[in-house]
Design a protein around this ligand. Structure first.
Ligand SMILES: C[S@@+](CC[C@H](N)C(=O)[O-])C[C@H]1O[C@@H](n2cnc3c(N)ncnc32)[C@H](O)[C@@H]1O
Length: 329
């Protein structure tokens, strides 16, 4: 039996094949507010869940530019969105190159941009992509597999002090020095090439008490794996500047909607949006603040939108999602 339209929108595959469930779908649609004939960008197409819902609402005559740096994900999404014909234009690129992509296509400004950052459930659970500490796959973690540097390169080639900084900064891991020392010791014996091998080294380096109890319910390697993924893919590089550029690519009244999955990302989004709205982003007392007060957008989400109980029950992976949106003035 074939999947219903809703099941396909939600999962990206046949029933039972939950490739990726788009998070905060209702909020995304209400804030992007796609309308027939409009031009939109999904900067993180993934398996195309949000894209499908946008495409349904921009007919007739609309265009959705669908960007993803993961060629395989884009291929899957393109297959799934085939029914929308030329309304869906797939672009294999980093969304940070959006201004160039728009320029190439002769598009001066768009009605809305969506970024649903991070990785999809499909990427996380695909053995060979090497994102998960629960797998025995090669330590890879590249979203774009045409990129040369893998997580194994970072783990085996980065000096110990720098590795500790990466784990501390991108993983917010207070045991970063201890973990980096354990990695440095282990790689002297043999290169660290597999996810399970790294997960074991990290687990043995941190104290046993706490894991599985209270606040420490996460696997001891969770933060280290997050840090390496961010480093391998340069996820936070230039993000704040890019958000300002993306807002610049909107028509007046156009909206930029961003979903972040960890506090580092969300802090950057919050700060960029405050800056766009002409609000203070510094810690100086008001009389010394020199933040530019010119607003080019208004913040639509004074507090981030988060998934409700129903969504969390059906999709626990949505738990850390934080959605923020601005509207170009
Ligand atoms: C959370 S998933 C998006 C899921 C999608 N909204 C859906 O409903 O299926 C994030 C996707 O963004 C892609 N991605 C992450 N950072 C990117 C970047 N800087 N440029 C382009 N794509 C990126 C990842 O490869 C992944 O496919």
């Amino acid at each position: 039996m074939g999947a219903t339209a809703l099941e396909k929108t939600v999962h990206g595959g046949e029933p039972g094949e939950a490739l990726h469930v788009p998070v905060l779908l209702r909020e995304v649609i209400s804030l992007v507010a796609p309308r027939p004939g409009g031009v939109y960008v999904d900067g993180t197409v993934g398996l195309g869940g949000h894209s499908a819902a946008i495409l349904e609402r921009i007919q007739p005559g609309g265009l959705l530019l669908g960007i993803d740096r993961d060629g395989e994900a884009l291929e899957k999404a393109s297959g799934r969105l085939k029914a929308f014909g030329g309304s869906f234009r797939p672009v294999h690129d980093n969304y940070k190159n959006l201004p160039l992509a728009l320029n190439r296509l002769g598009i001066a400004a768009v009605d809305g941009i969506l970024l649903d950052m991070g990785v999809s459930s499909w990427q996380l659970t695909s053995e060979e992509r090497g994102f998960s500490f629960q797998s025995d796959a090669r330590l890879d973690m590249r979203m774009d597999r045409t990129q040369a540097r893998t997580a194994a390169d970072v783990v085996n080639e980065t000096p110990e002090g720098e590795l500790a900084d990466i784990i501390y900064r991108f993983g917010e891991e207070r045991l970063s020095r201890r973990i980096a020392a354990a990695i440095a010791e282990a790689r002297c014996e043999a290169p660290i090439t597999r996810c399970s091998q790294l997960a074991g080294i990290v687990s043995r380096a941190v104290p046993r008490h706490g894991f599985g109890r209270g606040r420490q319910r996460i696997h001891p390697a969770t933060r280290t794996f997050q840090a390496l993924r961010i480093a391998v893919n340069g996820e936070l590089d230039g993000l704040e500047d890019f958000l300002a550029e993306a807002c610049g690519a909107l028509k007046p009244g156009g909206r930029l909607v961003v979903i972040a999955f960890h506090s580092l990302e969300d802090r950057i989004v919050k700060r960029a949006f405050r800056r766009l709205a002409g609000q203070c982003v510094c810690d100086a007392p008001p009389e010394l603040c020199q933040c530019p007060r010119e607003a080019s957008a208004k913040v639509l989400t004074s507090r981030p939108r988060t998934p409700g109980r129903d969504e969390l029950d059906s999709n626990p992976r949505a738990r850390s999602a934080r959605l923020r949106a601005v509207e170009k003035s």
